[in-house]
Each structure stands twice: as structure tokens, then as C-alpha cells.
Write a protein that binds this ligand. Sequence first.
Ligand SMILES: *Cc1c(COP(=O)(O)O)cnc(C)c1O
Length: 406
Amino acid sequence: MQSKDLLQLAEQYGSPLYVYDAAKIQSQYNRLSKAFSKVNKLRINYAMKALSNVAILQLLQEMGSGLDTVSIQEVMLGLHAGYEPDRIFYTPNGVSLEEIEEVNAMGVQINIDNLSILEQFGTKYPHVPVCIRINPHVMAGGNANISVGHIDSKFGISVHQLPHLVRIVENTKMNIVGIHMHTGSDILDIEVFLYAAEILFDAAKSFKNLEFLDFGSGFKVPYKKDDIETDIEELGKKLSKRFNAFCVEYGKELTLIFEPGKFLVSEAGYFLAKVNVVKQTTSTVFAGIDSGFNHLIRPMFYGSQHHIENISHPKGKERFYSVVGYICETDTFANNRRISEIKEGDILSFRNAGAYCFSMASNYNSRYKPAEVLWMNGEGHLIRAHETFEDLLKNQISLPVTTATV
Ligand SMILES: *Cc1c(COP(=O)(O)O)cnc(C)c1O
């Protein structure tokens, strides 16, 4: 997308604003498919928690994507967007048996990640095809909060508990059709990924009726200029070869599944915010924008570095700025960042704002959540309206006047 288009959208829809470039989502999807074209049965399930706008779900569905969901509400959104239940995977963590039963009744593929629920579910529904989430205990991921495969992680059934797991499956006679792993976000080292895959292959041999292996996600995308990223093409080459060999060994052609979130949508997103104030202190020049961690929390929550451009004046002399929000506590988007000279009223564009940005937004400080626009075929399509005061009051119940004045 070009800056002039972003500027025009900010003018048309106001700021702050999220903009997503459909072509980038499509090219990432095609890139992943192509990298694994040597695998006959490949399925990509978009991890919708990254960005759950229904229009984005529809865009990916049209491309042939399935969905990876982590809550019953995500399943409902997926169904609403038009996905067939059998194209939806449900990969929750620590949810109740009741919620799993409800999702199962919708015809969605269940993925179970602990022995307690596995035993209860298998006893009640021995014929339902179930996938199991294994924790291979491979340390991966860019940040402690998004690394989920280590030994003390709450995610998945430890691969060391395989004997107990197999015992439960035998006792309940339940139908295990898939094995899954997801070791965390921002995996860089392909060898680490391949190593974890070997653990999954090994575990898979304990189950006779498998139909698929799900390798999760965690692909790293570039966040800054010249930033490193997962080499998808190289991973595709190596893992496809190994996967096909495993299928021969297993005696059946299995489906290979990935469930990327960030990889598909991160780089497609732009967050546009206006500079309210430029404030010079004794040590720092602050650029205060009309947003905060209520709209984009990744820099504060994960220490993420989102590249920031001044798209109103891209050619100005570069200076150092601390870009901060308007929330009434410290909310720093960037410290001492070189940005083209900023004037009040300029629009700043934050890159990589597709994944875990709007979907983590809140109404903190009673601010409205921003609008979302999908840029497709050279045109902006509003896919979520800006909130209004009614949205803040929705579901709130005022006290009757008499009580309030007591
Ligand atoms: C969050 C999540 C993903 C997606 O991870 P990304 O890093 O966004 O690709 C995939 N699978 C599961 C089970 C997840 O929880």
C-alpha cells in the first residue's frame, strides 16, 4: 500500500484507524501454500485470534483457508462468516468440558490439551474424532508471554506423558485423528522447528487412525527494515520432504496442517494515528498521538517494535522522538525513534498492525475503538465502523434515580 492511499483513508474515515491490505494477506497465503506444494494434502487454518474481523475471515475463506479458533465465540464468528464447521479447528486452553461439548455439537474439530478433559471427553464421546495437543518442550518464541512450548508451559500434554495419554485412549477407546503442536510465536530457527516436528512424528506412531498432523504456527515476520524472518521456503522444502517420508513410514497419506495468524495478517496491517502534541522536555521530544495502549498494546505488552513512519511529511529531516499515547499512565510506542520531522496534525503510520493489534484493543479510558478498513482492488472498504457513545453504554445498567441519590 502507498502512503498517499493511507493518508486519504485517514482523511476519509478519521483517526485513529486500522487499514488492512487484502493483497498482502493473499500473497502471504499463496506463499505458504507454494512453499508446501510438494505435500499433497495441505491445509492452512487461519488463527483468527490475530485479527477476527468477519470480512477478513471471509477474505481468507474465499482463498480456501480453514480456521483455527480458541474460544466458542471465535467458532461462532467463524460460522457466521460462512465457514463450514468441518473447516474449523477448536484449540482452546483451560476451557470447561461444557464449552468443549457445546463446540463439539456444532460439528467442529476438537483439539484437547490436557489429560483430565481428554479422559472425561473420551469416556462420554468415544466415537468423536479428536485431535490431541502435544507439548514437545522445545523452547521457542520471541517473548516469554508468547513462548508456549517450554517445560513449565500450561499448553498441551507433555510428550513425557505419552504413556499415560495412550493408556487413556486405550481405556476409553476414543478416536484420535490428529496430533497437534504449537510452540509459540516468533520462531526463527528452522532447525528448532524441524526438531520439534521430529518429536511430533515420534508421538504420532502411538496412534493408528491419524488423518492429520498439525504443526501449529509461530512463524516470525519482519517488524523492522532488514529484520530477520522465518525462511518459509526453506522450511517448506525440508519439512515437506520429511513429512512425505513419514507418511510412507506411517502407511497412509496424512494431511499437513498449519495454523498461522501473524504470518498471514501482520504485515498487511497499518495503524494510523494523528499527532496531537509535540512536546519538548529537557531530554526528550515526545510526539503524543490520538491513541494509546487501548488501541495497540503490543509495544507495551510484548516490547514489540512497530516501525513508525510520518506519512504526512515523509521527506522531512529525521529526528529522534518518543512516540507516546494519551492514556493516563505510561504508554510508550517507541523510544528515541528516528522519524521524519513531526508537526502537530501529522499522521503516523505503524507497520505490522494486522496481527494482535485491533483484536487486543479495549475501551480503557472510555475511548472508542477505531474503525477498520480493508484496502482491496485500489479501494477502501469500511469493515468496522468507529464506535460511538452508545457502544460505551451498551449493556450498562444505570441505577434508578432514587437509589443513586440515597
Ligand atoms: C495463537 C495461536 C496460533 C497463531 O500463532 P501466530 O504466531 O500468530 O502464527 C496458532 N495456533 C494456536 C493454537 C494458537 O494459540
